[in-house]
Design a protein around this ligand. Sequence first.
Ligand code: AMP
Length: 275
Amino acid sequence: MRIHASVAALREARAPVGRVAFVPTMGNLHDGHIALVRAACQHADTVIASVFVNRLQFGQGEDFDKYPRTFEADCEKLAAAGADHLFAPDEAQMYPQPQRYCVEPDPEHASILEGAFRPGHFRGVATVVLKLFNIVRPDIAIFGKKDYQQVMVLKNMVRELALPIEIIALDTIRAADGLAQSSRNGYLSAEERAEAPRLYQQLSAVAEAVRNGAHDFTRLETVALAELERHGWKPDYLTVRRRADLQTPKEPGEPLVTLAAARLGTTRLIDNVEI
Ligand code: AMP
C-alpha cells in the first residue's frame, strides 16, 4: 500500500484506468472500517482509503481534540485488508485556507436527528466528502449504515449535484454482544462497555415489535427511551422513521428504520436497525 500525504501525490498515483473504489474514514480503524475496505476490493480494480479527522464536522465542545489518532496501526490494517493507496492529508493539505465554500445539505435531511443535536455536522461531512471525491475521483464510494443519516445525505448530494459516483452502503459490523463497532467505544469505561449493548437491544426490540404489527410508534419509542434512562443513559432521540428520507412515517408499508443516539457517561453513541 502506498501512502500519500499531499493532494498532488494522490492525484499522480491514482490509476488512470480501471474502477476506483474509495473508503473515507477518520482513522482509529476497527472491523467496521475494514469490512468496507474488503468490500471495496470486490467492487474495483484500485482501492483508495483515506484517514482524515475532519474538523469541519465537529461542533464546539465535541471530541475533535481527543478523537483517537492511531495512524501506524491504521496503516497496517488497511494494507492487510487490501487497500492499494492511503490518502492521509494533514489539515494544511485539506484546508490550506478557511473553507468558505461549503455544501449545504437540504435542511429537511440535515437538521433532523443527528443534525438537531449536532448543528452544522452534515454541512461539514458533505463538504469534506465532496472535496475528497474531487481529489480521489472514485467510481464507487463505500460507507457504513452505522451512520445511516450520513449515507442518506451523501446519496442525495451525489444525486442532486450529478456526481458520477456510485454510493454503496454496507451493514453495521457489531461486537459479539451486539454493540456497533465505533471509534468512540474506546472512550467507554469497563462498566459502560458492559452496559453499551443495551442501545442495540432497545432498537432491536422496537424493530421486532413493528415487524410483529405494532403501529403505535410513539409508545414503543417512549418505552425504549425510559428503559435506557432507567439504566443511566441520557438519550437524545430514539425514533422510528422511513428509510428513504428519515421523516416520520406516513403511509403503511413504507420501509422503516429505527435510529437512536444516547449518551452513556460522557460518550455519545449512535446506532440503528432497519425494520
Ligand atoms: P468514521 O471513521 O467514523 O468516519 O467512519 C468511516 C466509515 O466507516 C463511515 O462510512 C462509517 O459509516 C463506517 N463505519 C463506522 N462504523 C462502522 C461499523 N460498525 N460497521 C460498518 N461501517 C462502519
